[in-house]
Design a binder for this molecule. Structure first.
Ligand SMILES: [Zn+2]
Length: 143
């Protein structure tokens, strides 16, 4: 028996190519739509942004830096916002080290409201913030 008999090239049905191509285009346009409809929050570093998530916010204050570092997963953190989206609800837990650095709660509350800074430095915090579309979509329509 010739060896080439079981070495037939794998065939991909053309409909699969059309289907996957269409899916790719759909995702691409969904991404473009997100970008074109994106707003920015110019003053995210120092004032509250519009609430995109309507999250239930819980604020927990800690007086041990090691505690905040452990919860936030970053040794340099003096605060963080942990957001969980499920069943069209978002719960946002803010953990903050006391005494609070001025402005830190506004910063974390903006994370709770569905916004992100672009980069991780004081300078980046001062630039316009952008929506976290993954969370906004997970949250769904706010009634
Ligand atoms: Zn932040």
């Amino acid at each position: 028996m010739p060896q080439s008999a079981d070495q037939q090239p794998m065939r991909v049905h053309p409909y699969w190519i059309l289907f996957l191509g269409g899916l790719t285009l759909a995702l691409l346009f969904a991404g473009l739509y997100d970008k074109s409809s994106s707003e920015v929050c110019v003053g995210g570093g120092y004032e509250l942004c519009p609430d995109l998530l309507n999250a239930t916010v819980k604020i927990k204050k800690h007086d041990l830096p090691s505690m905040v570092a452990q919860i936030c997963g970053d040794a340099r953190s003096n605060a963080c916002a942990i957001r969980r989206a499920r069943w069209q609800r978002v719960v946002c837990e803010v953990h903050v080290l006391t005494p609070e650095v001025p402005g830190v709660l506004i910063h974390e509350l903006n994370h709770c409201r569905g916004w992100e800074h672009q980069g991780d430095s004081q300078e980046a915090y001062g630039r316009p913030w952008v929506p976290n579309w993954r969370l906004v979509h997970a949250r769904g329509h706010i009634d």
